[in-house]
Design a protein around this ligand. Structure first.
Ligand SMILES: Cc1cc2nc3c(=O)[nH]c(=O)nc-3n(C[C@H](O)[C@H](O)[C@H](O)COP(=O)(O)O)c2cc1C
Length: 179
């Protein structure tokens, strides 16, 4: 059962981690068949790594586990849109971790955002991911990025900035739950 005390404890741990280890950990999970989503995800990771006192944990969705989601300070979910849905590997990550995490204070209001690579749409994959994230009670802290069609320099710049913004935000404590 999630209580305010648990959330306060988690906030304290996060702040202490910042003070003692001074390292924001941003988990970036992705799936990619032809490399587009991986390119977006790795650019986000570069933005995180460019930030002082921040570290990107870059994982294929199949290699990520509940503990990764618990341990990170923020999570970026990167998926292609396939047949109007998220990639199977991303859905599988949710399937494998939901029961364990849904009532866990360690993920309550965990900052997250979504990045989608799509041929011409992306809105369905995004909507499904965000709906599931509500179930985890994650907190959306940045607007999603949807890349439609070929990846442009503008999209890559947005991804890089997203990584930096998340890392800076975690370090500054601005994503901490408002009471
Ligand atoms: C099996 C399959 C299904 C797809 N379905 C959609 C779709 O429903 N909507 C869309 O906008 N693009 C769709 N696409 C295009 C991909 O989303 C797009 O090429 C994306 O950049 C692929 O990312 P990846 O290189 O990381 O696999 C589909 C591609 C494949 C291979």
């Amino acid at each position: 059962m999630l209580v305010a005390r648990d959330v306060e404890y988690r906030t304290c741990v996060a702040v202490l981690k910042r003070i003692l280890f001074a390292m924001a950990e941003i988990l970036i999970v992705y799936h990619s068949q032809t490399g587009n989503t991986k390119k977006l995800a790795s650019t986000i990771a570069s933005g995180v790594e460019e930030t002082e006192n921040a570290h990107a944990i870059f994982k294929h969705a199949s290699d990520a586990a509940a503990q990764d989601i618990k341990d990170c300070d923020a999570i970026v979910i990167c998926s292609p849109e396939y047949f109007g849905y998220m990639a199977g590997a991303v859905k599988d990550l949710f399937d494998r971790t939901y029961e364990e995490l849904k009532d866990d204070a360690a993920v309550y209001k965990k900052p997250y955002c979504v990045v989608i690579s799509a041929g011409n749409d992306g809105s369905f994959a995004l909507a499904h991911i965000e709906r599931i994230c509500k179930g985890y009670r994650f907190k959306k802290v940045q607007h999603p990025i949807i890349c439609k069609g070929p990846i442009t320099q503008e999209i890559l710049a947005k991804c890089f900035n997203l990584g930096m913004t998340l890392a800076e935000g975690v370090n500054a404590g601005i994503f901490v739950r408002a009471r």
